[in-house]
Design a protein around this ligand. Structure first.
Ligand code: MV4
Length: 662
């Protein structure tokens, strides 16, 4: 077994690989970019090396820097994780040239599976079922149109160098073929630098079922059953499960054999996944699955396979890379129960799943109910440089229904503040009726996105609890002196107090009338709520609302308060009244970042005279540029940021000198 392994990745997969490697007695070397200098995977490692600035092209994709770090650290092997260089044959060859063991397949296998058309030709030779279609080298339009007629409409045009659905065109009518072909070729050329396409019969009601395979260096190969990844949105997997609902033993054996044949056909070694598309229009049938592609890496969703087999797939990778034979024979591989994985992302489901950023001012993950693979901790910042994954929640149960119920409970227990997340969307999806029945297909999310992504207005109780928190009424009494417990903003009107809350830019004034003995009458808009509160520790309080006893978790983090009641999660902002009521215009002495982002340009200079509207700082956020301008004429007192820095929303970037008196 290796004594020292360099993990050429970041985030949750780097942590996950290190967990197994360290358990097996190997020292782990982490690599990090500037943005990751204090990241969790660096903290977990036995040693760590900086590989460059934050952008991936200057760090995690820098083959020379990674090889250099491996040599300097005396690593024997390199684990690539997934994404980044994990399927780059040049990286494999660079490792081997440097005398390092690449923990993964040979470069030849990666190349063989790299182009869809060649891969499909190879699979046909290995008698692996492929979608009826044309995968040839010839690309003239007339031939492709003739092939489409032979195949029979509807057909799908695909980029041979494509992946994840990019460059795909469905064609239902022969008259539309030429235009669709030209569009697909243009997109393929611009996205992949390769305009070649293949034409396939369109598989109706497609399900994505993939088979985990392992092969060693001694000619052995096994499969570790299948995973169903049909719950996708724009070709991004959202929730994965194993085994596939509706799978029969006969079909599992047929798909498993096909996957093993595919691996053997390319001289595979290590962990791989053979992706099939299944025509589920008449349920799952053993004669309706077709090879799509082979992923020559460990996949994000591998934990659901681990959950139902009881195996550690990273341990298998390390053992096989060290020359050991497969730990099990096919007959030893079993299935126990059912597992789901939900991917928690910093993304805004209501804004087309736009990636979000932010500092996780509060993060509570359901570690009591689920396996949680994460690469971030409370207080860490999700930056725009990398995939905004926060964690993977993996649950297991004796049956699919038990496991799905556990997934819903685990998602209800998940709390995050400081960045928008997709947790509410995932929880709604886990409770979707079709999904619960196992009636999954790749179009489910798109069909039901409106309800799944809807963000409900805060209830009157949510607003009441937030108001009590904002007024400091949920803090355990600090002492006997009433001034000690005077916290937060309050306007004393006889027996009434007012809290100002902000929810998604909408401000609301909430009146709280103290009735004594922990009882309050709260006027939240048109609704009035009578609530008795038993203040608990660590933000966990017990509410009595007209006789109903409800637990409320309340998290105060900076200028936000998170209210988690009855499975609903709502975050309110606490506007700074002082800033608001200030009439000296002092509020206009500061230019603040309106959202988290990257400082791209700083034109402001201390001492310079500026006019209202002059550009001072350009921020890049959400893949767009935002210019922060001077709020008034004046003189710049202080420039507080530099180009290249990350800033959170609300951070002061420029301060103007106080206007001259008089
Ligand atoms: C298909 C298909 C229907 N017929 N091929 C999407 C990306 C890549 N994984 C292959 N994809 C598809 N290929 C034929 N001949 C439908 C899809 C497809 C899909 C497949 C699996 C999971 C999700 C999907 C979402 C949209 C389209």
């Amino acid at each position: 077994m290796f004594k020292k392994i360099l993990v050429a990745n970041r985030g949750e997969i780097a942590c996950r690989v290190m967990r197994t490697a360290q358990r097996m007695g190997a020292a782990c070397v982490a690599v990090y970019s500037d943005a990751d200098a204090r990241a969790m995977h660096v903290a977990m490692a036995d040693e760590a090396y900086r590989i460059g600035p934050s952008p991936v092209a200057e760090s995690y994709l820098r083959i020379d820097a990674l090889i250099e770090a491996a040599k300097r650290s005396g690593s024997e092997a390199v684990h690539p994780g997934y994404g980044f260089l994990s399927e780059n044959p040049l990286f494999v060859e660079a490792c081997e040239a440097a005398g390092l063991v690449f923990i993964g397949p040979p470069a030849s296998a990666i190349r063989a599976m790299g182009l869809k058309d060649a891969a499909k030709r190879l699979m046909e030779k290995a008698s692996v079922p492929v979608v009826p279609g044309y995968h040839g080298e010839k690309q003239d339009a007339a031939l492709l149109a003739k092939e489409a007629d032979r195949i029979g409409y509807p057909v799908l045009i695909k980029a041979r160098a494509g992946g994840g659905g990019k460059g795909m065109r469905r064609v239902d009518d022969p008259k539309a073929f030429k235009a669709a072909l030209e569009g697909a070729q243009r997109e393929a050329n611009s996205s992949f630098g390769d305009a070649a396409v293949l034409v396939e019969k369109y598989v109706s009601k497609p399900r994505h079922i993939e088979v985990q395979v392992f092969a060693d260096a001694h000619g052995n190969a096994v499969h570790l059953n299948e995973r169903d990844c049909s719950l996708q949105r724009r070709h991004q997997k959202v929730i994965e499960e194993a085994p596939a609902p509706g799978m029969t033993g006969e079909m599992r054996a047929a798909m498993g054999k096909a996957a093993v044949d595919a691996a053997l056909a390319v001289g595979y070694r290590g962990a791989g996944t053979v992706e099939f598309i299944v025509d589920a229009s008449e349920g799952l049938r053993a004669d309706r699955f077709y090879f799509m592609e082979m992923n020559t890496r460990l996949q994000v969703e591998h934990p659901v396979t681990e959950a139902i087999t009881g195996l550690d797939l990273v341990e298998w990778q390390l053992r096989i890379a060290a020359g050991e034979p497969l730990p099990l024979k096919q007959s030893d591989v079993g299935i126990d129960g059912h597992a789901f994985e939900a991917r928690i992302y910093a993304e805004d489901a209501e804004k087309g799943f736009l990636p979000a950023t932010g500092t996780l001012t509060h993060l509570h993950l359901p570690v009591d109910l689920a396996r949680v693979d994460t690469g971030v901790r409370e207080g860490d910042t999700i930056t725009p440089y990398y995939d905004p994954m926060i964690a993977k929640v993996i649950v297991h149960g004796a049956s699919r229904a038990v496991a799905l119920n556990k997934l819903t409970r685990a998602l209800r227990e998940t709390r995050a503040m400081g960045s928008v997340t997709n947790v509410a969307f995932l929880e709604a999806l886990s409770r979707n009726a079709s999904f619960a029945l196992g009636d999954v297909d790749t179009g489910l999310i798109e069909r039901e996105i409106a309800t799944l992504a809807a963000v409900p207005e805060p209830s009157a109780l949510d607003r009441a609890v937030a108001a009590l928190s904002a007024l400091g009424l949920l803090r355990e009494p600090a002492g006997t002196d009433p001034w000690e417990t005077l916290t937060g903003w309050r306007q004393w009107v006889e027996a009434s107090q007012f809290a100002l809350l902000d929810w998604r830019g909408m401000q609301m004034e909430i009146e709280v009338r103290t009735l004594g003995n922990g009882r309050y009458r709260v006027a939240a808009g048109r609704a009035e709520v009578d609530v008795a509160v038993k203040v608990g520790a660590a933000g966990v309080h017990t509410l009595d609302v007209s006789g109903e006893i409800i637990e409320a978790i309340v998290v105060e983090a900076g200028r936000e308060v998170g209210v988690f009641v009855g499975g609903e999660a709502v975050t309110f902002g606490l506007p700074d009244r002082l800033h608001e009521s200030d009439d000296s215009g002092a509020g206009e002495d500061r230019v603040v970042a309106p959202m988290p982002g990257l400082v791209k340009v700083v034109t402001a200079k201390a001492g310079a005279k500026v006019q209202k509207g002059d550009a001072l700082v350009v921020l890049e956020a959400m893949k767009m540029e935002h210019t922060l301008s001077a709020p008034r004429d004046g003189v710049i007192a202080e420039v507080l940021v530099k180009a290249g820095e990350q800033v959170q929303d609300g951070v002061v970037v420029v301060r103007l000198a106080e206007p001259a008196k008089g």
